[in-house]
Structures are given as C-alpha cells and as structure tokens.
Design a protein around this ligand. Structure first.
Ligand code: NAD
Length: 468
C-alpha cells in the first residue's frame, strides 16, 4: 500500500511545509539488502563499570565485521581486543563530525541506581551523532534473575531509559533493551545481529530476554540460517503471511504455504515463487490438526518451524456483536492454534530446536474500540505463549510471538482514511510498517541460533503510542 505522505514530506517542498507546520517527518527506513554489510556505518561500543557482557558483544561485532570505536575510558577497548575486535578509542567532542549507525552499551555493570548515570555519560554526548535508521541497543542482565535488590532495581530501570530515548531519536532510529540471563552470553548473537541490522527497521522500544536454556542451538551459516529447515506458514497466500513465507525461504527454509481452499490460486503463486509447497485447508476444520501433522510427517518426516499467522478481524462494538462473529474470530485466531499445537506435540512432529511462532497484535496488548473479539483472541495468543513455554521447552522447542502495530496490508487499507492516518502516524517512526518487517522478526525467532529466545512478545509497531 502506498504512503504518499512519506514521499511528499521527503521532497524539498514537503520538508519546508512539514517543518513550518510542525507536521510529522517520517524518513524512509533502511531495510535488509543482501549485498550490504550487517551494519552500514560505524558502531560505538561502551560499557558501564566493567560490564561482564562486553566480550560477548565484541565477539558478535567482530563476527559481522563491524567498524567499531570504543567509547573512551570505558574499558571496552581491551575487552574488544581480547576477542580479536580492533576498536580505536573515541572521545566525543562537540566539534567532531563523527556519525554513528549504532550505539551499543553494555549496562550489565550498573549495580545500583547511582550508577545509572553511566547511561547519561555514554549516550548524552553522542545521541545527536546518529545517522538515519540508526540503532541504539542497551544490553543488561535479566532483573528478575539477580539476587541483589539494588542490582535488580538498577537493571529494571534500563527499560524506562530505552523506551524514552526511542521516542526522542528521530530519523528512523530505533532503541531496544536486551536482557541477557546469567550464563546466556553465548546465546546473544542472533538477537544482536537482528537489532543492529536493518532487519529490525520497524521494531523500537522493545525489551527482549535472552535465556540460558537446555535447548541446544546451532551456529548457522548466517547468510542462509534456515537451510535444511522445514517451515509451515498459515495464511500464506497474501499480506504478512506471504512476506513471512518469502523471508523464511530467503533464509533457506522449505516453506509449506497453508491457506483456505478459496485462496488456492494465490497460494500456488506464492509457493511457486519460493519453491515451496501448498497445503490448502481451513485451520478451523475439525480434521485440520490431524491433516497438518500427517502432511508434515509424510512429506518431510517432521517440522522445524510453525508460524501461526492466519487471522481475521470482524469488528463490531460488543453490544452489536453477533455470536457468530465472536466465535469465528476466537476460533481462527486462537483456538485452532491451540488444537494444532496440541496435535503437533502429541504426534511428536516438531523436531529438536524447533520453533512455534505466533502473531498477536498491539490490539491484544492495549485493546481497541470495536475489537473485543479480536483483542481477546490476540491477548489469548500471548497467554498461549506464556502457558505453553515450559512444556515446549522440555521438548526442545521455543515459543514466541510478534505483536504487529499498523502494517500496510489489505487489512489496514480497508480502514477509513482518518483512522488509518492516525494509526500510521501515532508511533515513533511516524509511518506504517511493511509486511516484511513482521517477517524479519519472525525469521529472527526462527533462527537455529535463537534457542535462548523463548517466551518473548516483541511488538513490530514502530513504538506505537498505543499500548505498553
Ligand atoms: P490478511 O487478511 O491479508 O491475511 C490473512 C490470511 O489468513 C488470509 O490469506 C486468509 O485467507 C488466511 N486465513 C483466514 N482464515 C483462515 C483459516 N480459517 N484457515 C486458513 N487460513 C485462513 O491479513 P494480514 O494483515 O496479512 O494479517 C496477518 C496476521 O497478522 C493476522 O493474524 C493479523 O491478525 C495479524 N495482524 C495484522 C496487522 C496489520 O496491520 N495488518 C496488525 C496486527 C496483527
């Protein structure tokens, strides 16, 4: 779908008009380009009080060949050198013209509230030196797993800081907080790669937890991390599902594209474009779970990744909502997913280091007028992630969800103009996301190196003002 305002506001005349009228000034966002480096510009790495995650962070920066500078006096230069990353020391001054594509800060050494000033000392002098589509990444320790009360408090405080600067930085920049559990440092790579790259274009203000886990991960070929994997995507004939199928196939997976029989022509088109296969059925049919499990077993001896993307809206205020609309939305968006998961588990279809990936919505977090059925179903999806995590983990499988905000699809093109414009602009990026932005987050969960990413709900909403 086209967003003509973005084109207008980025023309010389449009810029003048927007500036004088105080209108939102969205910037076209950088997106993944197979020929570009993971980070197209300089990374500034800093740390507070000898944080103990710096080695793990520097190792990832070294693996992606990031051109890195070490923030002066923060001790990171030595940590970087110890893992083979050459990072020159950098001390900011008001006059220097240095630009940064990413600011990465190891905050794990912040042990009490007074030490939070390290955030101010690091980010304050350089925040204006970010280039467009820049990345701010704060990395700390999972507060609820720490046994010192002051340390827990200080680490929890990082959340407010990160979300606030996400709202301050403009020019398509994002800000995230990654909490790494003690003992999980080696599980950081897939997450840091995702957040530092253009793949996370429309994700901002998010808090992610990387866990220590008994699930054994795999170090992939990062250009084709899903090679050898089989993924099933529901609702794959169009919109976000089509983008998910394309993105997982780009990353090397064989994708089984599932949609209702009425969509079979589009489904065939999508599957053919990615060398995938087709499974045309209605996920709410009584025999759907058995048919899915049997197909995966027969055609692929199992399944590595299932993406529960199929979903519908049937909006009415509660007083005007007929039983049928309520039941249909809950059944498609939630109950059918529970039934399919149960069958895949019962028949042992999901392989070790497998993935269950769900699509919630910010409506399921914040609620939305006229969407009591939809919001219930999408909050239920979050409940399903939380409730199924222990059982799936015991079987070597992770479960996570994305919660999209305003994504440019047929679903949102049908919204009346004024409401559509509000949805598009009321976020830190002042624009809607693209289906591929949701798909990239799903591909990060799907990565065989994301074994420590479990039970997360990540919003793909440009840091929408609606919801948490
Ligand atoms: P869409 O309507 O374009 O696509 C949904 C697909 O699901 C369709 O191809 C449809 O045929 C399929 N589907 C519906 N019922 C099915 C059933 N019973 N069995 C099998 N397939 C079925 O929607 P979209 O915008 O691409 O949304 C995809 C997902 O993202 C949905 O779960 C939606 O709730 C969620 N979402 C979308 C947005 C957005 O802004 N577009 C925002 C938040 C969440």
């Amino acid at each position: 779908m086209s967003d003509r305002y973005i084109d207008f506001v980025n023309s010389p005349f449009g810029q003048l008009v927007a500036k004088n009228l105080g209108l939102p000034n969205p910037m076209p966002l950088d997106r993944f380009d197979a020929n570009a480096p993971v980070v197209k510009g300089t990374v500034l790495l800093g740390a507070a009080n000898g944080g103990d995650l710096t080695d793990a962070i520097a190792k990832v920066l070294s693996n992606i060949n990031a051109e890195t500078l070490a923030f002066s006096d923060s001790g990171v230069q030595e940590a970087a050198a110890s893992v083979g990353l050459n990072a020159q020391a950098y001390a900011p001054s008001a006059e220097d013209t240095q630009k940064f594509k990413a600011l990465v800060f190891d905050a794990s050494g912040i042990k009490n509230s007074a030490e939070l000033k390290a955030l101010h000392s690091f980010f304050g002098p350089v925040i204006r030196k970010m280039s467009g589509s820049g990345r701010i990444i704060v990395i700390g320790r999972t507060p609820e797993l720490l046994d010192d009360a002051k340390y827990t408090t200080a680490q929890r405080a990082l959340e407010g800081f990160t979300r606030a600067i996400g709202k301050e930085v403009k020019k398509g920049c994002t800000a995230q907080l990654v909490y790494v559990a003690p003992g999980a440092d080696a599980n950081l790579e897939s997450t840091l790669r995702f957040f530092i790259s253009p793949k996370s274009a429309y994700v901002s203000g998010q808090v992610v937890r990387v866990q220590a886990t008994a699930i054994v991960g795999e170090t992939p070929n990062w250009a084709q991390p899903l090679s050898g994997k089989v993924a099933l995507v529901t609702g794959a004939s169009r919109g976000i599902g089509e983008a998910i199928a394309q993105t997982l196939a780009r990353d090397g997976a064989h994708v089984i594209c599932l949609d209702v029989p009425q969509q079979e022509a589009d489904l065939q088109r999508v599957a053919a474009s990615i060398n995938g296969s087709v499974l045309a059925l209605d996920i709410t049919a009584a025999d759907a779970p058995k048919a899915i499990a049997a197909h995966c077993k027969k055609a692929h001896k199992g399944l590595d990744i299932i993406v529960h993307n199929a979903g519908v809206t049937r909006d009415k205020t509660l007083a005007n909502m007929k039983d049928q609309l309520w039941n249909m939305v809950i059944d498609i968006n939630l109950s059918s997913e529970e039934r399919i998961n149960d069958e895949l588990i019962a028949k042992k279809i999901l392989r070790a280091n497998g993935r269950v990936i769900c699509v919630s919505s910010i409506s399921g977090i914040a609620g939305n007028m006229g969407q009591s059925n939809y919001a219930t179903s999408k909050a239920g999806v979050i409940g399903m992630v939380n409730s199924m995590q222990p059982l799936l983990e015991s079987k070597g499988v992770t479960i996570n969800a994305v919660a999209p905000g305003f994504i440019e699809t047929q679903m949102t093109a049908a919204i009346p103009f004024a409401i559509r414009e509000a949805g598009r602009r009321m976020n830190s990026m002042s624009q809607g996301g693209l289906p591929v932005d949701v798909a990239e987050a799903i591909a990060w969960y799907a990565s065989p190196a994301s074994n420590g990413v479990n039970g997360n709900i990540v919003r793909v909403c440009g840091q929408s003002l609606i919801g948490a």
